[in-house]
Ligand binder design. Structure first.
Ligand code: ADP
Ligand code: ZN
Length: 841
C-alpha cells in the first residue's frame, strides 16, 4: 500500500513553494545536500526551524528537486545565505540518526576529488539502498487530446494509425472522464495495448499530459527496545538485570516481542522501565525474514604455523598502536591467509574495534562470509549488491546501529557505516573487480587504504600475486610486508607443465578444443577417481562467426566487436551490450553461404569433454550456466562433494575456493589475455595462471597443472609456471618503469564519446588543444586516438591517456578539463574520466 508523501507543513513536495530567505541570517541555517544527479556540485537548502537541534551532517534528507522528491545527504551546515534568493526548504529528515558517520563524509569528499566523480553520485554509492520512495509517472487526457478524440470519433476515414490512437486515447477517456486527479498510473498504462511508448508519443504531441509523482512507501514498523546507556544506576532487581544483560551483553537492542520471549518478562515491566528511563524504545521498519544462518557448518580448527603466528603478532602490534598502518600479506596459494584474517578480526574485536573484509566477488562473500560467521556469529553482516534492496538495507542498518561489528562484502562494503574501525582486510587485492567501472570510478582497495588512514586503522591487503602497485609500495617501505612462503602442512605447490600448442599441432595436424596432453591427463584423473578443473577464459561456443568468402566477422550493430556464438541458445551475442541475433546462414556483407565459427569457448570445451568422456560427470561454471548465487552454490557444492568429476569454467573457477580432491588443473588457451592492447596484459595472465594453478593439490593429494599456450617462452607464462612471483615482479616492473606506466607514473584515461562521430571528433580536438600546454607542465598526453573499443553501445569513442610522475599535476589537468567542457558546452556525460584505470580496454 502506498500513502502520500509526508512532509513538513510548509513545503509540499510536488509543488514546492519557494521561500525568500530569512531576513535574519543568524537564525536561518542552510544545508549543503548531495543529490544523486550527475552534476558536480551539491545543492543548498534552507533548514526549517522544526529541524533545530537535529544533527544534519550525514543525515539523509528528503528535498524537492526539479519538481520531484529526492533523497540526498547533508554535507555541511552554514548560516551564510547563498547567492540565490530562491532557496527551497528541506521537506523531511529521514532516519533517527545520520546515516553516514563523519569519517564517511570525509571519505566521500576525497573520492569525489581524487576520482573527479560528481559528489552526489559518490554519496549515493555510500548510502543504504533507497527503499523509502517510489517514483512513478501518471498520464491524463488534455483538452487538446479530448478534442482530437472527438475528431477521430466523428471522422469516417481514419487511417490505421488514427484508428489505433483512437482506441488508445479512449481508454483514458473511459477511465477518467472528469478530473486530472484521476490520471492513469504508469503500471496501468504499461498494461494497455500500445503501452507506455504510445502514451509517451501522445505526450509529445500534447494529447496526453504526464507528471512524475513520488510516493512514500508505507513501511510497517515494530517497536525496538534498548537499554538506556545514559541511566547509570545498576539494575534494581533480577528481572531488570536479566533485561540489561540481554540488551547490552548478549544481544543489543531488540524488537519488543523478541525481548519478551527471551527474558520471559511481561509487557507491563518493559513499559514501566521505559517510563523510569531505564529503557529506550523507538519504531523501526519491520524487516524481511532473516537469512537463515548456516548452522551445520563447523570450520576447521587449525593450529597456526610459525609464519602465520608471526604475521598475526605483527598485526596485533599495529592494532594496539591504534595508528594507521598498511600492510601486504603476501602468501602463496594455500598458505593459510584466511586463518590470518580471522585472527586479525579477532584481535580487532577484542580491542573493541570493528572490521571490514572485502572480497573480490559476490560468490566469495558466501565462502568467506561462512567462515567469518562460523567464528564470530551474529555480529557479522554481509553486504553485496546482489542482495535485494530491502535485505541490503536491513544489513546496512544493523551495521549502522552497531549490532554488526564485522562486515564481509564486495567493493562497496568499503563504505560500511561502522564506527570505531580498527581493521580493513582486502582479500585478493589485485583483482580488477575492486575497481568500479561506472561513476564514481573508485578503486575499492585504494579507498580501503585511504579509509584506514582516516580512521587510524590497519589496512591488510592479501594476495598470492599482488598487483604491481601494492608490491611496489611494500618494496618502497610505504606498506609493511608480511610473507607466508610455504603452503600449510608443508604441502608442495602443484607441478606446472607447459603444453606447447605449436608442437601439438605439428604432431597431430589438427587443433582440438583441448590438447592431446590435457585430454590424456583428464583421462588419468577419471581412472584415478580424483577431480579435474579446466579453465577456459571465454564464454560461449565460438568466439566469432566468420565468412570464408569475404573474411568479415559478424559484428555487433552497436559496438565494434565480433559477436560470440552461443550454441545452446542458438544466438550470436555481444558480450558488451547484449545485442543478439540468430546465426545467419549467409554472410551479412557479401551474402556468401560459407559462414564458419572460429575459436573455442567454454561451451565448446564442455561439449568436447562430454564427447570424449561419456561416462564422466561434467559441469560448467560461467555466467551462462549460473545466473544466481543459488545456482553457483549448487555447482560448486556438487563439485566439493565429489558429485562432479570435471569442472569446466571461466575465471569464476580460478578464485579462492579450496577443493581437496582436485589433482589436475588444465588451462586452455592460457595466452588469450596476452593479446589485449593493455599494459597490464602480462600481469593479468601471470595472476590468472598462478591463481588457477593454486587450486590444484590443496588436500592430501598432490596436484598437477597443464598450461596450454602458443607462447611458451613468454615471461608471464614462464614465471607463472614456476610460481615465482618475485622474478615476474622484477621483470614487469622493469618494463613499467621504462615505458612510464603505473606504479611508476600516475595514469588517467579520458574518453570522449557520442552517438554522432562528428561530435566525438570535434570535442576530442577541442580537448586536445586544452591539454596541449600541460605537456610543458610535466604531463604526458597521448591521443586522441580511437579507443580500443572504438564503438560501444552505439557511441563512438576517442581516448586520451594522461601520464605524470606527479599526481598533483595530473589532477590539475583533469579537473581543468571538466571546467573546460562546461565552458565549451561539451556535455558532462560525453566525458569519462578514469583515474588509475584498471583496464584500458
Ligand atoms: P590461501 O592462502 O590460499 O587463502 P587458505 O586460507 O584458503 O589459503 O588455506 C588453505 C587451507 O589450509 C584451508 O583448508 C585451511 O583450513 C588450511 N589451513 C590454514 N592454516 C592451517 C594450519 N595452520 N594448519 C593446517 N591447515 C591450515
Ligand atoms: Zn554490442
Amino acid at each position: 500500500m502506498l500513502d502520500p508523501i509526508c512532509h513538513t507543513a510548509r513545503t509540499p513536495i510536488t509543488h514546492p513553494t519557494l521561500l525568500h530567505y530569512s531576513t535574519d541570517p543568524m537564525t536561518q541555517r542552510y544545508l549543503e545536500v548531495a543529490l544523486p544527479v550527475p552534476l558536480r556540485s551539491a545543492f543548498t537548502y534552507a533548514v526549517p526551524a522544526t529541524c533545530n537541534g537535529e544533527e544534519l551532517v550525514g543525515r539523509r534528507v528528503l528535498v524537492p528537486f526539479r519538481n520531484r522528491a529526492m533523497i540526498g545527504v547533508g554535507l555541511t551546515v552554514s548560516t551564510r545565505a547563498p547567492e540565490s534568493k530562491r532557496i527551497k526548504e528541506i521537506a523531511e529528515l529521514l532516519d533517527r540518526v545520520p546515516a553516514l558517520p563523519p569519517k564517511l563524509i570525509e571519505l566521500g569528499q576525497w573520492i569525489s576529488r581524487y576520482y573527479l566523480a560528481p559528489i552526489g553520485e559518490t554519496f549515493r554509492a555510500m548510502l543504504p539502498p533507497e527503499i523509502e520512495l517510489r517514483h512513478h509517472r501518471e498520464y491524463w487526457l488534455t483538452s487538446a487530446g479530448r478534442a482530437y478524440l472527438q475528431d477521430l470519433a466523428t471522422n469516417e476515414e481514419n487511417t490505421d494509425v488514427e484508428a489505433a490512437e483512437f482506441a488508445y486515447l479512449r481508454l483514458f477517456e473511459k477511465q477518467k472522464a472528469d478530473a486530472l486527479e484521476r490520471a492513469l498510473s504508469e503500471t496501468r498504462v504499461a498494461r494497455m495495448p500500445g503501452g507506455a511508448t504510445a502514451a509517451e508519443k501522445l505526450v509529445r504531441r500534447g494529447h496526453l499530459a504526464a507528471r512524475e509523482s513520488t510516493r512514500r512507501r508505507k513501511t510497517r514498523t515494530q517497536q525496538i527496545v534498548a537499554w538506556n546507556p545514559a541511566n547509570e544506576a545498576s539494575a534494581a532487581n533480577a528481572t531488570e538485570e536479566k533485561i540489561r544483560e540481554v540488551l547490552t551483553a548478549t544481544r543489543g537492542p531488540l524488537p519488543l516481542n523478541l525481548l519478551l520471549a527471551q527474558t520471559q518478562v511481561s509487557r507491563a515491566v518493559v513499559a514501566r522501565l521505559e517510563k523510569s528511563g531505564r529503557l529506550q524504545t523507538w519504531e523501526e521498519p519491520l524487516t524481511a525474514e532473516e537469512d537463515p544462518w548456516e548452522t551445520d557448518f563447523t570450520p576447521p580448527t587449525n593450529v597456526l604455523n610459525s609464519e602465520q603466528k608471526h604475521a598475526l603478532a605483527e598485526i596485533w602490534r599495529w592494532l594496539v598502536a591504534e595508528k594507521f598502518t598498511a600492510a601486504l600479506l603476501h602468501g602463496v596459494t594455500g598458505s593459510g591467509k584466511t586463518e590470518v584474517y580471522l585472527g586479525a578480526i579477532e584481535a580487532a574485536l577484542s580491542r573493541g574495534k570493528t572490521a571490514i573484509v572485502l572480497v573480490p566477488e559476490i560468490a566469495l562473500t558466501l565462502w568467506v562470509g561462512r567462515l567469518v560467521r562460523a567464528r564470530f556469529g551474529e555480529q557479522v553482516a554481509i553486504l553485496h549488491s546482489a542482495l535485494p534492496a530491502s535485505e541490503r538495507a536491513r544489513e546496512w542498518w544493523r551495521v549502522r546501529r552497531g549490532e554488526a561489528r564485522v562486515v564481509v562484502g564486495t567493493r562497496s562494503a568499503v563504505f560500511a557505516p561502522l564506527e570505531n574501525l580498527g581493521l580493513i582486510i582486502v582479500d585478493e587485492e589485485q583483482e580488477t573487480s575492486y575497481k568500479q567501472e561506472e561513476t564514481p570510478r573508485y578503486h575499492g582497495r585504494d579507498t580501503a587504504v585511504y579509509r584506514a588512514r582516516l580512521e587510524g586503522a590497519v589496512a591488510l591487503l592479501g594476495s598470492a600475486t599482488p598487483s604491481l602497485e601494492t608490491y611496489h609500495n611494500a618494496r618502497d617501505g610505504k606498506y609493511h610486508l608480511l610473507e607466508l612462503t610455504a603452503r600449510v602442512a608443508d604441502r608442495p605447490l602443484a607441478e606446472v607443465r607447459i603444453v606447447d600448442l605449436r608442437e601439438e599441432f605439428r604432431r597431430a595436424h589438427k587443433a582440438a578444443p583441448v590438447s592431446e596432453s590435457l585430454r590424456a591427463a583428464i583421462a588419468l584423473r577419471f581412472e584415478e577417481k580424483t577431480q579435474a578443473m579446466v579453465l577456459i577464459n571465454r564464454r560461449g561456443y565460438s568466439w566469432s562467426s566468420l565468412c570464408r568468402s569475404c573474411g568479415a566477422f559478424v559484428q555487433c550493430q552497436n559496438c565494434s566487436i565480433a559477436l560470440t556464438y552461443h550454441k545452446n541458445r542458438q544466438r550470436l551475442e555481444c558480450h558488451y551490450c547484449g545485442y543478439s541475433l540468430r546465426p545467419p546462414q549467409q554472410c551479412p556483407k557479401c551474402h556468401a553461404e560459407y559462414m564458419y565459427f572460429v575459436g573455442d569457448g567454454a561451451e565448446r570445451v564442455e561439449e568436447y569433454l562430454r564427447e570424449n568422456f561419456p561416462a564422466a560427470k561434467i559441469a560448467r561454471l560461467d555466467r551462462d550456466t549460473v545466473r544466481t548465487k543459488r545456482e553457483f552454490q549448487q555447482v560448486l557444492g556438487a563439485f566439493a562433494k565429489g558429485e562432479v568429476d570435471v569442472l569446466v569454467g571461466t575465471q569464476m573457477v580460478a578464485k579462492g575456493h579450496d577443493f581437496q580432491r582436485v589433482t589436475l588443473v588444465g588451462v586452455v588457451a592460457a595466452d588469450l589475455a596476452l593479446g589485449r592492447p593493455d599494459f597490464r596484459a602480462a600481469e593479468r595472465t601471470f595472476q590468472l595462471l598462478t591463481q588457477v594453478a593454486g587450486r590444484a593439490g590443496r588436500g592430501e593429494l598432490s596436484g598437477e597443472v597443464l598450461v596450454e599456450t602458443h607462447y611458451p617462452e613468454h615471461y608471464a607464462i614462464q614465471h607463472a609456471a614456476k610460481q615465482d612471483y618475485l622474478s615476474f615482479y622484477e621483470k614487469e616492473a622493469h618494463f613499467r618503469r621504462m615505458l612510464h606506466y603505473p606504479p611508476f607514473t600516475a595514469l588517467a584515461s579520458v574518453l570522449v564519446r557520442d552517438k554522432k562521430i562528428e561530435n566525438a571528433i570535434r570535442w576530442s580536438r577541442a580537448l586536445a588543444a586544452y591539454f596541449a600546454p600541460f605537456e610543458d607542465r610535466g604531463v604526458k598526453i597521448l591521443g586522441p586516438a580511437a579507443a580500443p573499443l572504438a564503438r560501444l553501445r552505439q557511441e563512438y569513442r576517442f581516448q586520451f591517456l594522461l601520464k605524470s610522475p606527479q599526481r598533483s599535476r595530473l589532477s590539475q589537468a583533469l579537473s581543468g578539463a571538466l571546467d573546460f567542457c562546461v565552458k565549451k558546452e561539451i556535455p558532462e556525460n560525453a566525458l569519462i574520466v578514469d583515474v588509475d584505470p584498471a583496464s584500458l580496454f
